[in-house]
Design a protein around this ligand. Structure first.
Ligand code: 5MM
Length: 341
């Protein structure tokens, strides 16, 4: 392991004014996203869509890295350029989701653990040879009457720590994504308590495995009321509560927090990043690694129609730019007005 390689990758990923595009939807997830726009997901339609994103003019100003799914990392542009090469030629680094998805835990209804350690060492070497510099592993935690359970949190923490050490062993920066889901009726206080518990357990396990904090990134959820909660928290409260938990649990050596959007709207997601960057000076960079919040409007404009690719790319460029401004607290909601830039 070469810590200098890990540090230099991290430095690029959290460069000021830039964030990560999460385009690593697995086969079932991209199928669901395409269903909304009435499009069938096939390896070819998936490729055309990812090409739309990756060839958007100017995004390298705002996007430092792209997380891909295994299928995408192996795909090429119409002109035969492998996606990792296309991106690196534009100064964007490639990452890959290496977990193999979630499975139900017997005896723990509604809880899941993430799989993917079998054969991981070999896959990591292959991904690295294909041009990946970083990796990602996601685990989910559902808030309910009795969840998340200690078994769910502890087993996922252990798996994540092992994923992280295997990645660092071959100089790939691990992004650890423990997502406390927004689904549910819980209020923001419950989300704060659960997010704290989950992250505390994970960082303890990362420390046990001697994960190098300087060579990893955390991809957390924000502390947020449940989607079906009647008592909705304000954006200010969400930013404050999120920073409070992060300060309590995230070691200062971790270079950056690259937030997921978790189903919040693109605008709200940008506001949360902006607010957190305005509240306080903190030791880590506060950035984004959005899937839906960067892509939702792009899909709605594109609709699978080749004649709408340029228009969809303009939408992607604007969304990426607004998130870039949020990295330094310079985003303003007025920018959302049609001609607001
Ligand atoms: C883009 O979706 C990623 C992969 O999810 P699946 O394994 O369910 O297909 C996901 O990990 C994503 O990177 C994060 O959830 C962030 O995306 P959002 O939409 O929450 O910003």
């Amino acid at each position: 392991m070469d810590i200098r390689v890990l540090k230099s990758t991290v430095k690029v990923l959290v460069e000021e004014g830039k964030g990560i595009l999460a385009a690593d939807e697995s086969t079932p997830t991209i199928k669901r996203r395409f269903e909304i726009i009435g499009l069938e997901s096939t390896p070819e339609t998936n490729r055309i869509y990812r090409q739309l994103l990756f060839t958007t003019p100017g995004i390298e100003e705002f996007i430092s890295g792209v997380i891909m799914f295994d299928e995408t990392l192996r795909q090429k542009t119409d002109g035969g350029i492998p996606f990792p090469k296309l991106l690196s030629d534009r100064g964007i680094i490639s990452g890959v989701k290496v977990d193999k998805g979630k499975v139900k835990i017997p005896n723990f209804p509604s809880e899941e653990i993430t799989e993917g350690l079998d054969g991981l060492r070999e896959r990591l070497l292959e991904y690295k040879a294909m041009g990946a510099s970083f990796t990602k592993w996601r685990a989910v935690f559902l808030i309910g009457q009795k969840t998340p359970s200690a078994v769910c949190i502890e087993s996922n923490a252990d798996l994540m720590a092992r994923f992280a050490v295997f990645s660092q062993e071959v100089d790939l920066v691990p992004i650890i994504e423990p997502e406390v889901l927004m689904e549910g009726t819980h209020d923001i206080t419950k989300s704060e308590e659960v997010t704290y518990r989950v992250l505390k357990t994970i960082f303890k396990r990362l420390m046990d495995y001697k994960v190098i904090f300087e060579g990893m990134l955390l991809k957390p959820n924000w502390v947020h009321h449940g989607l079906d909660c009647k008592n909705k928290a304000s954006n200010e409260k969400i930013a404050e509560a999120t920073l409070k938990v992060m300060k309590e649990v995230v070691p200062s050596q971790v270079p950056g927090l690259v937030f997921l959007s978790g189903g919040d709207s693109p605008e709200e997601s940008t506001i949360h990043i902006n607010d957190m960057n305005r509240i306080d000076k903190v030791s880590w960079q506060i950035s984004f690694s959005f899937g839906r919040a960067l892509q939702q409007k792009v899909l709605q404009v594109w609709m699978g129609d080749p004649s709408r690719i340029k228009e969809a790319q303009k939408v992607f460029y604007k969304r990426a730019r607004r998130n870039s401004l949020a990295r330094t607290g310079q985003y303003k909601e007025e920018m959302e007005a049609e001609n607001g830039e």
